[in-house]
Design a protein around this ligand. Structure first.
Ligand SMILES: Cc1ncc(COP(=O)(O)O)c(C=O)c1O
Length: 374
């Protein structure tokens, strides 16, 4: 492979020695589940992400289930979710006992369509919604989503698994959410040493409930206010993430530069490809390069890139409604935009530590694949 799609070793190398020393302290102090470093990480993240309450947890999927439970979402309730996203939001709704309703994407920002969501509410009377901030930015109409949900009493959960470091209206995107979640899966922007995640809110009552739900619904050691879950973070991951906090701004800056490189390169080839990026009002985090070929399918482009030694991904090659467990799910339309996009999308290598030369090789390979006629 001339350029890997992702290379995590470049983010690990700068912290390896500090992490090894910290992990040996974890063993000495048997700081295995929870503990002072988890609490320290939470305080650091509250400051960094401009939220009042950050509760660290086991992963971004548990974070979603707990966020739904914390807002009282359960059986008999209908929850809107975009048809184009990772599978976890759909799973979380089903695991919470509620009913998912699939909503199409806006073909320009690739996020859940506000117009279709608002029209869908007239038919389905949504009780809740999971708005997913996908690909390193969010909906161009985020404030309309927030206002509409507040007016219509729709419980809005913002899935920010992919949006660590994204700014909306010059603030952390998590700052304006009733409740938001994040994932520290290693390939995410703020990736951990194993699975991890978090739940954020500005509301102390919700925060307290979330903290209890992540720890078996505990009120005391053997007393329980809720039927919760074991979604706790361990000390090893917390130590790793605390060390990563020193580096994260530089890593995000590197991602943004790589993303800008691809955007500029690709703008010279408007007949062959389209580049998707942040709508106005956002500063993205460079999580993914999101492109579509105009004369080839995503699978054809991926095969051509791999042939040239360029790693790539297709996020996402199939939408939720095409997955067997969701084929009969309720939906607000034929979901045409998401289905069409998924057939053409391609992602070039983009990770913290990627070099300009690697971006150049990847972009040129993409251009050559697209300009080769079948
Ligand atoms: C949009 C989205 N939501 C939720 C998740 C689930 O996070 P995790 O893998 O930490 O459970 C992910 C990623 O993995 C994701 O991309």
């Amino acid at each position: 492979m001339r350029v890997p799609f992702i290379d995590l070793s470049r983010t690990v190398a700068p912290v390896t020695e500090q992490v090894k020393a910290s992990w040996s302290k974890v063993l000495d102090n048997t700081e295995f589940v929870g503990g002072p470093t988890v609490a320290k990480l939470e305080k650091m993240l509250e400051a960094k992400l401009d939220v009042d309450h950050f509760i660290a947890c086991s992963n971004g999927t548990d974070a979603l289930v707990i966020a739904l439970q914390a807002l009282g979402v359960g059986p008999g309730m209908r929850v809107a979710v975009p048809n184009m996203t990772f599978w976890a939001p759909y799973e979380a709704i089903v695991l919470a006992g509620a009913t998912p309703v699939l909503v199409d994407i806006d073909p320009d920002d690739l996020q859940m369509s506000f117009d279709e969501f608002a029209a869908g509410h007239r038919n389905f009377q949504f009780d809740a919604a999971i708005l997913v901030h996908l690909f390193g930015w969010g909906s161009a109409r985020l404030s309309e989503f927030r206002n509409f949900c507040a007016q219509e009493d729709i419980k809005l959960i913002e899935d920010g698994a992919q949006s660590f470091g994204v700014e909306y209206a010059s603030k952390s995107i998590y700052n304006g959410a009733t409740i938001a979640t994040v994932s520290f899966y290693p390939a995410k922007v703020f990736g951990g040493a194993g699975d991890g995640g978090g739940i954020m809110t500005q509301d102390p009552t919700i925060g307290e409930k979330v903290r209890a739900l992540c720890n078996h619904g505990r009120a005391g050691h053997y007393t329980y206010d809720y039927v919760g879950w074991n979604a706790r973070m361990g000390g090893l991951n917390a130590h790793y993430l605390v060390h990563m906090m020193d580096k994260i701004d530089g890593f995000i800056e590197g991602r943004r530069k790589a993303e800008a490189f691809y955007r500029d390169f690709i703008s010279d080839y408007p007949k062959d490809m389209r580049y998707y990026g942040c709508p106005d009002g956002y500063q993205g985090n460079g999580y993914l390069s999101v492109l579509s070929g105009l004369n080839k399918t995503g699978d054809e482009i991926a095969a051509g890139l791999l042939d040239k030694g360029i790693g790539c991904a297709r996020t996402y090659p199939q939408t939720l409604c095409e997955q067997p467990p969701a084929q009969k799910a309720l939906r607000t339309s034929e979901l045409t935009h998401s289905k069409t996009f998924s057939k053409t999308v391609i992602n070039l290598p983009l990770f913290a530590g990627i070099t300009e030369e690697e971006c150049q090789l990847s972009a040129e390979a993409l251009r050559d694949v697209l300009q080769t006629r079948n």
